[in-house]
Design a binder for this molecule. Structure first.
Ligand code: GTP
Ligand code: SAM
Ligand code: SF4
Ligand code: SF4
Length: 319
């Protein structure tokens, strides 16, 4: 296993299979890669299934045992099932999707070896959903969640970004997962770092405090030291990366862009490394380099100044 200079073992990878998407969510950070809008057809710049599989075979040599497929919308890839089938058996696979393509396809994903899915769902109300995602696919997403449950892709985690537009729907979503077996909720703190609009942020601590009050039990997850609250039999996890040194200190994943660049941190684009000709030797070399150079974003890449504001650590100023 490879470990970075901050003692963080790299145990997982997070692969963006495409930056295309059929939604246009108002908050989208696109895993740090900018705009998802553009042609919906397969693009030449995307890693092929062979490239993805070769990459996974190499990181397996380094003890990586978890892979998350994401995007853009990863289910726009017609060869997703092939990629899942060819992923090394030792790896736990999961997928983060907007859910629209799960009806009619969830069973194929399960048959190809996928274990579970996260589905983005920001509200249980079609109008609010349409305003946030710029899409009228609310019913389709609800069907997608059901299709995933029926196919055994559980627990299905519903991803809800908590920001100005959704704060009023949090309580309803917590009740929803408590009432429905197989569902869990991830409340994701809105990240303004890559999208601008800091005015949309809400204080996530208020959500922690409220959940602490109403929950039966609280756990800490190893990944990112995230808190999990058990409420009426349902599980609610808070993903709160913004300004959170503890979250970054427990970050164990290297990211891969759809074009085949390695990336040490979601919030940075100055650390992208191409994997050359994508031969196994080049992949090995680049993976070692990216781990050697990865640093926690909050607490190292950014540090607090005299006014307690986060500023770029001078060490990382471009030469
Ligand atoms: N800043 C930051 N945000 C993250 C990180 N991991 C997850 N997030 C945020 O959480 C969102 C949802 O993550 P998912 O792809 O559903 O998966 P996950 O929560 O990381 O993983 P599982 O809970 O194991 O399924 C991401 O798109 C980010 O907005 C991270 O390492 N850093
Ligand atoms: C970029 S999407 C890619 C996968 C898929 N298209 C989906 O929406 O689930 C991955 C996750 O990032 C979350 N996300 C996107 N922009 C965000 C932001 N600015 N702050 C917090 N989470 C964000 C989305 O809600 C989604 O759950
Ligand atoms: S569905 Fe996912 S990738 Fe598409 S715009 Fe929304 S958050 Fe971004
Ligand atoms: S270092 Fe922090 S901000 Fe960067 S990917 Fe890891 S947890 Fe996210």
């Amino acid at each position: 296993m490879l470990t970075d200079d901050f003692g963080r073992d790299v145990t997982g990878v997070r692969i963006s299979l495409t930056d295309r998407c059929n939604f246009d969510c108002v908050y989208c950070h696109n895993e740090g890669l900018g705009d998802t809008r553009g042609p919906m057809d397969p693009q030449d710049d995307e890693m092929s299934a062979d490239d993805v599989v070769r990459f996974l075979e190499v990181v397996e040599e380094f003890g990586v045992r978890k892979v998350k497929f994401t995007g853009g919308e990863p289910m726009l890839r017609g060869d997703l099932e092939e990629i899942l089938e060819r992923t090394p058996d030792s790896m736990e696979m999961s997928l983060t999707t907007n859910g629209t393509f799960l009806p009619g396809r969830a069973e194929d994903l399960k048959a190809a070896g996928l274990e579970r899915v996260n589905v983005s769902q920001d509200a249980l109300e079609p109008q609010a959903f349409a305003e946030i995602t710029k899409s009228g696919a609310y019913d389709r997403v609800m069907e997608g969640v059901q299709a995933a449950l029926d196919a055994g892709l559980d627990p299905v985690k519903l991803n809800m970004v908590v920001f100005e537009h959704t704060a009023g729907y949090v309580e309803g979503m917590v009740d929803h997962v408590a009432e429905n077996d197989g569902l869990q909720l991830q409340l994701i703190e809105y990240m303004p770092e890559l999208t601008g609009k800091p005015e949309w942020s809400i204080d996530i601590q208020r959500v922690h405090d409220w959940l602490a009050d109403i929950s039966d039990r609280v756990e800490h997850r190893e990944m990112h030291d995230r808190k999990r609250y058990w409420v009426g039999g349902g599980m609610v996890e808070i993903v709160d990366p913004v300004g959170n040194e503890n979250f970054c200190a427990n970050c164990h994943r290297v990211r891969v862009t759809h074009e085949g660049y390695l990336k040490g941190c979601l919030n940075r684009n100055d650390d992208l490394r191409p994997m050359g000709d994508m031969s196994k030797d080049e992949i090995r070399e680049t993976f070692r380099e990216v781990v050697e150079n990865r640093v926690p974003y909050y607490g190292e890449y950014l540090v607090r100044d005299d006014q307690d504001e986060w500023v770029l650590n001078e060490k990382y100023l471009p030469a």
